[in-house]
Design a binder for this molecule. Structure first.
Ligand SMILES: [Zn+2]
Length: 131
């Protein structure tokens, strides 16, 4: 059983993978990156807040050009997960406007990105359509 590490710090692996945001304890704004102060109210205390693993696609861009080694096209999206805005790729779906629609229901999905020399597997995430 290879060990797994999440690609980003805010992805929690396990039987039910989920994203965990940093929530400002003063105003409730949520952030995925580590910050010292809230961008909304300048509060400095945060708590961990699990994010709904399902949501609705609010906006997307079909990306056709990327750095070497990154397969294109892919779909970069903004997903509204019960009020929390998440930037992620839409995966397991053909990357074209016929299949990707604003307002479609999606859910969190994880996938292996690669394995290092010690056999540790890196896990990334995206959102896939709920069919
Ligand atoms: Zn705040």
């Amino acid at each position: 059983m290879p060990s797994q590490v999440p690609l980003v710090e805010y992805l929690e692996l396990g039987d039910d993978p989920r994203l965990v945001a940093n929530e400002c304890t003063q105003c409730g704004a949520r952030f995925f990156d580590r910050r010292n102060a809230c961008a909304s109210c300048f509060g400095t205390s945060f708590k961990k807040a699990p994010v709904e693993p399902t949501g609705e696609l609010r906006a997307f861009t079909i990306v056709s050009f990327a750095a070497p080694g990154i397969p294109v096209p892919f779909v970069a999206g903004v997903i509204d997960c019960a009020g929390t805005s998440v930037r992620a790729n839409v995966i397991n779906c053909p990357p074209d406007p016929e299949h990707v629609k604003v307002g479609m229901k999606v859910r969190l999905a994880t996938y292996p990105i690669g394995t290092d020399d010690d056999g540790t597997e890196a896990i990334g995430f995206g959102f896939e359509p709920i069919s």
